[in-house]
Design a protein around this ligand. Structure first.
Ligand SMILES: Nc1nc2c(ncn2[C@@H]2O[C@H](COP(=O)(O)OP(=O)(O)OP(=O)(O)O)[C@@H](O)[C@H]2O)c(=O)[nH]1
Ligand SMILES: [Mg+2]
Length: 362
C-alpha cells in the first residue's frame, strides 16, 4: 500500500535499480586468462611425467583424449618424448563378461603388486562407455583401496565414437603411464564387439577371467578369445564354489590343449582364484613372471612389441583416414544423398562409393 505522506515511495520506485551486469565480468576474464597461463607447456608436462607426477600424467592423457587439433599436436610432442622411457614394463590385458569380477580382481591383484613395490596403472578399453563415461569410474568403489594407493593410477576408459579411437587413446596412454614410472599396466575390457582383439594387440599377456558354471564351461566362449588367452583364471573359487571351480579348471585345461601351440612357446595355463579371499592371486603373478622369463629369453617379447607397433601405425592411419573422410563437410552431405539413393535402389552401392571417393580425392 502506498501511504499518502510519501507518495513517491511507490513499489515501482522504491529501488534504485542496479547497473546492468556485463555479460562477461572482468573477474571471470581475469580468471580465464590466469587459467590459460596455468596450462603447462608440453615440456613442463614431459618433465612432470618423467618425475612421476600423476597430475602431469592426467593432464597429458586429457590432451591425448581431446579432439582439438592443438591439443593433439601437444599430445604427440609429449608421447614422442616419453617413448624412449616406455619399454620397461609388463602390459596385462584382462577380459571377462560383466559380473565375472574384473574390478574386484584388479583391486586384489593390483594391491598385491603394489605391496611389493610395483607401480600399477589401470586403464580400460570400453567402447560401451561412450555414454556412461567409463565404467571404471563408477567402479572406483570396487577399487577403493587401489584408488588411494600411492603406487597405483586408475584412469577410466576414454570416450570416443569408435573402438579404434578409444583403443588408440588407450595405447598412447600406456606410453605416458610407463614414462611416468608405472611398470605394470593392466588394461581391462568387457567382451563387447572387437574390444578384446584391440586389447590383445596392445598387451604382452592376455588373461581371460571366468567363473565356473554348471558344467557347460566351454559354451558361449568365443573360440577367438580362447585362442588369444595366455591364461584362463576361474574367479570366485571360494566357499561352495571351490569344487566347481576345480572341475572347470580341468575342463578348460583339456580344451586348451586342443589348440595349436602358440608362437610365444607358452602353453596357456588355467588357474583358479578368489578376488575376495585373495586365494590364488600370488600364483597368478608367479605365472605371469614365468611367461615373461620364457618370452624374454626366446625373443618373442620384444618381437611382439615391435609387431604391435607396426600394427598400431597402420591402425592409426586407417582410423585417421576414415575420420578425415567422414568428417569432410561436403562428403557428409553427399553421403546422406547417396545413402538415400542406394536405399531407394536408384544407384548401386559401388557406383555411389565411386562418386563419393572421387569427390573426396578431387
Ligand atoms: N564370492 C566372490 N564374489 C566375487 C569375487 N570377485 C567378485 N565378486 C563379486 O562379483 C560381483 C561383480 O564383481 P565386479 O568386480 O564388479 O565384476 P566386473 O567383472 O568388474 O563387472 P563389470 O564391471 O560389470 O563388467 C561383485 O558383487 C563382487 O563382489 C570372488 O572372487 N568371489
Ligand atoms: Mg568392473
Amino acid at each position: 500500500m502506498v501511504s499518502k505522506s510519501s507518495p513517491h515511495k511507490s513499489a515501482l520506485k522504491e529501488k534504485e535499480g542496479i547497473s546492468q551486469p556485463e555479460s562477461i565480468g572482468k573477474n571471470s576474464v581475469a580468471q580465464i586468462i590466469q587459467f590459460r597461463k596455468q596450462q603447462p607447456s608440453a615440456q613442463e608436462l614431459i618433465d612432470g611425467i618423467l618425475k612421476g607426477d600423476k597430475i602431469s600424467l592426467s593432464r597429458a592423457i586429457t590432451l591425448v583424449e581431446s579432439t582439438q587439433p592443438k591439443h593433439l599436436e601437444k599430445a604427440n610432442e609429449i608421447i614422442q618424448a616419453c617413448l624412449p622411457y616406455s619399454n620397461n614394463s609388463v602390459r596385462i590385458g584382462i577380459t571377462g563378461v560383466p559380473g565375472v569380477g574384473k574390478s574386484t580382481f584388479i583391486e586384489a591383484f593390483g594391491r598385491f603388486l603394489t605391496a611389493f613395490g610395483k607401480k600399477v596403472a589401470v586403464l580400460a578399453v570400453d567402447p560401451s562407455s561412450t555414454i556412461s563415461h567409463g565404467s571404471i569410474l563408477g567402479d572406483k568403489t570396487r577399487m577403493e583401496e587401489l584408488v588411494k594407493d600411492e603406487n597405483a593410477y586408475i584412469r577410466p576408459s576414454a570416450s570416443g565414437e569408435t573402438l579404434g579411437g578409444v583403443a588408440r587413446k588407450t595405447r598412447e596412454t600406456i606410453i605416458l603411464c610407463e614414462a611416468c614410472g608405472f611398470d605394470t599396466i593392466i588394461i581391462e575390457t568387457v567382451g563387447v564387439g572387437q574390444s578384446e582383439t584391440a586389447v590383445h594387440s596392445m598387451v604382452d599377456f592376455f588373461l581371460l577371467l571366468k567363473i565356473s558354471g554348471a558344467g557347460d564351461e566351454l559354451q558361449g566362449i568365443k573360440r577367438g578369445i580362447m585362442e588369444m588367452a595366455d591364461a584362463i583364471v576361474i574367479n570366485k573359487a571360494d566357499g561352495d564354489n571351490i569344487k566347481k571351480a576345480r572341475m572347470a579348471k580341468t575342463e578348460f585345461n583339456r580344451a586348451l590343449h586342443l589348440f595349436p601351440p602358440k608362437s610365444s612357446g607358452w602353453q596357456p595355463k588355467v588357474t583358479t582364484c578368489s578376488a575376495i579371499t585373495h586365494d590364488g592371486i600370488a600364483e597368478i603373478w608367479e605365472m605371469i613372471s614365468e611367461y615373461l622369463i620364457l618370452t624374454k629369453d626366446n625373443g618373442y617379447f620384444s618381437e611382439r612389441r615391435k609387431d604391435q607397433n607396426q600394427h598400431w601405425l597402420l591402425e592409426t592411419i586407417n582410423e585417421q583416414l576414415k575420420n578425415h573422410f567422414f568428417e569432410h563437410p561436403e562428403i557428409k552431405n553427399l553421403l546422406e544423398e547417396n545413402k538415400k539413393a542406394v536405399h531407394d535402389n536408384e544407384i548401386s552401392p559401388f557406383a555411389a562409393a565411386s562418386i563419393l571417393l572421387e569427390k573426396y580425392f578431387r
